[in-house]
Design a protein around this ligand. Sequence first.
Ligand code: SF4
Ligand SMILES: [Zn+2]
Length: 114
Amino acid sequence: MSSCPQCHQAISPQTVICSYCGLELKAHGHPGIDLHRAQLGTFLCDSCSYHQDDSCTFPQRPQANTCTLYQDVTLAQEPQLSASEIYTIPWWRKYSGWLLLGVIVLISLALVIL
Ligand code: SF4
Ligand SMILES: [Zn+2]
């Protein structure tokens, strides 16, 4: 359960419009599109990564009070895990082709010797 940023009443995370104060919480009336909202006296763009890297083309930039694409620059700068840190391939899987070839050669040699 989350709360409305304006009236602080408990609401569902899927709530589109706060039933207590009428604040729009989701964009375009769709529960899947978050509508980020600036704190009073601030602009979202000041802490948005798209403003920092100059890739935003929205007309409300740099004074957006609400935005659907806002991305907190502090969260965007967290280090990303590389593929090798997420999943380490076991050595025998890396060289499985060579291992299979070696087994075939050994079996062939054994058949020739016998
Ligand atoms: S995406 Fe939204 S919050 Fe971010 S810079 Fe553009 S207008 Fe501002
Ligand atoms: Zn509310």
